[in-house]
Write a protein that binds this ligand. Structure first.
Ligand code: ADP
Ligand code: MG
Ligand code: ZN
Length: 610
């Protein structure tokens, strides 16, 4: 209905515009003066008339002074005769250019009809347009069952070249494309063409990107739909949309159908909190039916992506459905470098920039984070009026992406600054004085996001395994800030709360998950449901006795206390070093890796074992 009013407004506006335009072009001509026959005769006699055009009984007269006049002659009598009656000799009339015009039929009719019909026609057209729109509206309402399946017409063609890393994923997908192109090769060997491939991985790892690359590489029609589109707007259409999507893909076979974010419909049925969603279940059922309905040689491959494989209905993962699963991991250091490289295209970088160093500082970043980082660096460089982005901008963007922008403007008192300097100096010094500790990359007392200051430390090489000793070192480093505040000022602030939270969580994990408590030994406690990739815990089922619970608590307590002792020991035996670091921090606010180790150098610290 609102559409109708929109159209109506539109029509009125159009009419107004037309009216305005007309009035512009239509200058009211000065209507020619009307002469009586006697006046005309007088003018002819005085030689004022240059031209007379006869049109029926109408006389269109041009006067010497270039003005027009009109007159009428008598019916059925010639002009010469008429004027003769007024005493004009034919000889006099001969000096005037007289012509007889016969008005053509269409001119006559056009003259009458156009002024009356034109507005009607315009109104007619407008109504027609309105009705047409209204009709498509109605049709849309009836065709909601159709999927808005898009044949991939992505603006830029993306190929595997644009996707860094993800080697295994690419290999898998290349094979799939090969299936589509040369099915005979595989069918002859009795192989079944895979039907569904599920891309799983944390957000931003390039699932959508690589699917688009498949579209760019495969050379077969590629249909793209986001699962949430199956169920949008009206209930009851998800299933028929699904049917339609698969039908379209089958008709175009060999082809690829890509369902992005399939978890939107593929959740476990009947497991939803707050009641099942019928609509979603119907849609999911339809997807299952369609997948099963493929003939042995239907050359349609269904690609789907999700970052929540843990919540998918098991039926989806059964053989013959999404039986191939490809995991996209967070990029490792080499891949990160490659991704940075891809995204630095078109962004002028200082020739001295070393992307490897950026890759070192970005463990845990997804491809999307890295793309974001490069963009932030470019923005930062532009804001500083530079022509190219330098290493500084890149490093700063890393911190911005992790912690939020620097808040230099936050006013802190001198006392607070001192506390922060000793706090961060404590973290950094503990890390630098323990064996097995990660290298300190940067210490800063500029507040960022929610953090008052921060110490960035990273392992020299990427590692997947961490020893108990390393974990203990981590714990001690986490408590370094707290210990330093206590040691220096005899009091602590709430600035350490986040450190303490992290330390407590880590200590508990060591005891309950990694079997690293000496007393409780190599076993795990609690059945934790974890989201496979995100490392986020959903729920923990307590599967141990109260007695064990007490022991766990005491072990966690023991670990924390031990870590605090270590930190305290390091700091109290190097009080002068701590002072030097804090002083430098108050002066410079940020110490890069080299600056920091330069402060330590004269003290010749011998790394302690934990
Ligand atoms: P998701 O896995 O959540 O679907 P996307 O495919 O949408 O992630 O990735 C988001 C963006 O991150 C991409 O558009 C691309 O710019 C960047 N990106 C992610 N992974 C890579 C990669 N391996 N190589 C290059 N760019 C990547
Ligand atoms: Mg995506
Ligand atoms: Zn801290």
């Amino acid at each position: 209905m609102s559409n109708f009013f929109k159209n109506l407004t539109w029509a009125i506006v159009t009419l107004l515009v037309i009216a305005v335009v007309f009035s512009f072009f239509y200058e009211p001509q000065k209507s020619p003066q009307n002469l009586s026959l006697s006046e005309l005769a007088a003018k002819v006699a005085s030689g004022d008339v240059t031209q007379i055009r006869i049109n029926g009984n109408d006389l269109n007269i041009k006067l010497k002074d270039n003005t027009d006049a009109v007159s009428q002659k008598e019916d059925g009598v010639g002009l010469a005769d008429t004027l003769k009656n007024f005493g004009i000799e034919p000889a006099t009339l001969a000096k005037v250019d007289v012509a007889v015009e016969s008005q053509s039929g269409w001119q006559f009719w056009a003259g009458i009809l156009i002024p009356t019909l034109l507005p009607l026609i315009i109104i007619g057209v407008i109504f027609w347009l309105m009705f047409r729109q209204a009709k498509t509206g109605v049709n849309q309402a009836f065709s909601f069952g159709r999927s808005n399946l898009r044949l991939s017409t992505f603006k830029e063609r993306i190929t595997f070249k644009d996707v860094a890393g993800l080697k295994e994923t690419k290999e898998e997908l290349v094979e799939v494309v090969d299936f589509l192109k040369n099915p005979k090769k595989f069918l002859d060997l009795g192989a079944r063409i895979p039907r569904g491939i599920l891309l799983m991985g944390p957000p931003g790892t390039g699932k959508t990107l690589i699917a688009r690359a498949v579209a760019g590489e495969s050379g077969v029609p590629f249909f793209f739909i986001s699962a949430s589109e199956f169920v949008e707007m009206f209930v009851g259409v998800g299933a028929s949309r699904t049917r339609d999507a698969f039908m379209t893909a089958k008709r175009a076979s060999p082809s690829i159908l890509f369902i992005d974010e399939i978890d939107a419909v593929g959740r476990q049925r009947g497991a939803g909190l707050g009641g099942g969603n019928d609509e979603r279940e119907q849609t999911l059922n339809q997807i299952l039916v369609e997948l099963d309905g493929f003939d042995r040689d239907t050359r349609v491959i269904v690609l789907a992506a999700t970052n929540r494989p843990d919540i998918l209905d098991p039926a989806l993962l059964r053989p013959g459905r999404f039986d191939r699963r490809v995991i996209l991991d967070l990029p490792d250091i080499n891949d990160r470098e490659a991704i940075l490289k891809i995204h630095s295209e078109g962004k002028p970088l200082d020739p001295k920039v070393d992307l490897r160093k950026v890759a070192v500082r970005t463990p845990g970043f997804s491809g999307a984070d890295l793309a974001n980082l490069m963009n932030e660096a470019a923005i930062l460089a532009a804001r500083r009026g530079k022509k190219v982005a330098t290493q500084d901008e890149l490093f700063e963007s890393v911190e911005k992406v992790i912690l939020g922008p620097e808040r230099k403007s936050r006013v802190i008192s001198l006392k607070e600054k001192e506390i922060t300097a000793y706090h961060e100096g404590g973290h950094a010094l503990v890390a630098a004085s323990l064996k097995n500790a990660d290298t300190v990359q940067k210490v800063s007392i500029i507040s960022r996001g929610f953090a008052g200051g921060y110490t960035m430390k990273l392992p020299l090489e990427e590692e997947h395994l961490r020893t108990r000793k390393q974990f203990l070192t981590d714990l001690a480093t986490m408590l370094g800030g707290y210990a330093s505040e206590k040691l220096t000022f005899g009091d602590v602030t709430n600035g350490a709360s986040n450190d303490l939270k992290q330390a407590s969580e880590l200590a508990r994990k060591l005891v309950t998950k990694y079997g690293m408590s000496e007393k409780l030994g190599p076993q795990t406690f609690g059945n934790t449901e974890e989201m496979v990739f995100l490392g986020r815990e959903i729920s923990t089922e307590k599967n141990y006795s109260e007695k064990i619970a007490e022991e766990i608590d005491s072990e966690v307590n023991g670990l924390i206390n031990k870590a605090h002792q270590i930190a305290n020991k390091v700091l109290s035996s190097h009080k002068n070093v701590l002072q030097a670091i804090a002083k430098k921090l108050m002066e410079k606010e940020t110490l890069e890796h080299e600056d920091f180790y330069a402060v330590l150098k004269p003290f010749k610290i011998k790394p302690m074992a934990v």
